[in-house]
Design a protein around this ligand. Structure first.
Ligand SMILES: C[S@@+](CC[C@H](N)C(=O)[O-])C[C@H]1O[C@@H](n2cnc3c(N)ncnc32)[C@H](O)[C@@H]1O
Length: 241
């Protein structure tokens, strides 16, 4: 087996908590999984490999092409629709999904509208897996990079003005997320701190210290459900229904 490079090592530590949370939901009889903004299929293909029917709704044709290649290489079918979160009910049908993944998307869409569309396609009793950027951790990351003014602006600003290329990303606190979900008719079942340490560890530690990736992953798992670590997590993961 080829040796894991630093990015892969860090990647597995970054996503372990989300996979741990999704495992029992998928194994509990999820037939149809919809991944909104599924990108190149990092989650979708692995879920399809578990025997689930997976539909990705994604606006980027390049990402959809990469998803298709990844699915073929893995020998699984993933249905890809080019579309926006607002197209979700028309593309996949009302009450059609047992699980909806919305990972890394609420940062770039109008959140209340997006959650309302997701509510429409999720069947009663289904589960939303929501992964978003955490504003508290972003403030700390900006300050550590020496961007003190940006850090200051970000403290209370969920949707800062765009800087440089591309639109600005929204970021959320756990309380804001809970309020948005309640307004859209969701009950929060669990909240997880994701990437509390994984983004801070130097790559050299993961490269040189035997067993360090496994130990880092264990550490991420140990704090994932402890509320005191939520403000430090790069991402917040919520299961809601
Ligand atoms: C940060 S990536 C996350 C990809 C994937 N969900 C993951 O976790 O690896 C954000 C994705 O959202 C997609 N996206 C952007 N605007 C969108 C919209 N209005 N509706 C649905 N997806 C959108 C992008 O094309 C991109 O693939």
């Amino acid at each position: 087996m080829a040796a894991m490079v630093t990015g892969e090592r860090r990647g597995s530590a970054r996503t372990a908590v989300v996979w741990d949370a999704l495992g029992p939901i998928l194994e509990g009889g999820a037939r149809h999984v919809v991944d909104i903004g599924g990108g190149t299929g990092g989650f979708a293909v692995r879920i399809a490999e578990g025997g689930h029917r997976v539909t990705v709704v994604e606006p980027s044709p390049d990402a959809l092409a990469a998803l298709g290649r990844r699915a073929r290489e893995a020998g699984v079918d993933v249905v890809g629709h080019q579309g926006d979160v607002s197209d979700l009910p028309a593309l996949v049908g009302a009450d059609s999904a047992d699980v909806v993944l919305c990972h890394g998307v609420l940062e770039v869409v109008e959140p209340a509208d997006a959650l309302a569309r997701i509510r429409e396609v999720l069947r009663p009793g289904g589960t939303l897996s929501l992964l978003v950027a955490n504003r508290h951790a972003a403030v700390v990351a900006r300050a550590m990079a020496g961007h003190f003014h940006q850090a200051h602006e970000l403290i209370d600003d969920a949707a800062p003005a765009a800087r440089g290329r591309g639109p600005a990303a929204r970021r959320y606190t756990a309380d804001e997320l809970r309020d948005l979900l309640a307004t859209a008719g969701f009950d929060v079942r669990a909240t997880h701190a994701v990437r509390v340490f994984a983004d801070l560890v130097p790559g050299s530690v993961l490269d040189l210290e035997p067993g360090s990736t496994a130990a880092l992953t264990d550490l991420e798992r140990a704090v994932a459900e402890r509320p005191e670590f939520l403000p430090l997590a790069t991402q917040l993961h919520v299961l809601a229904g």
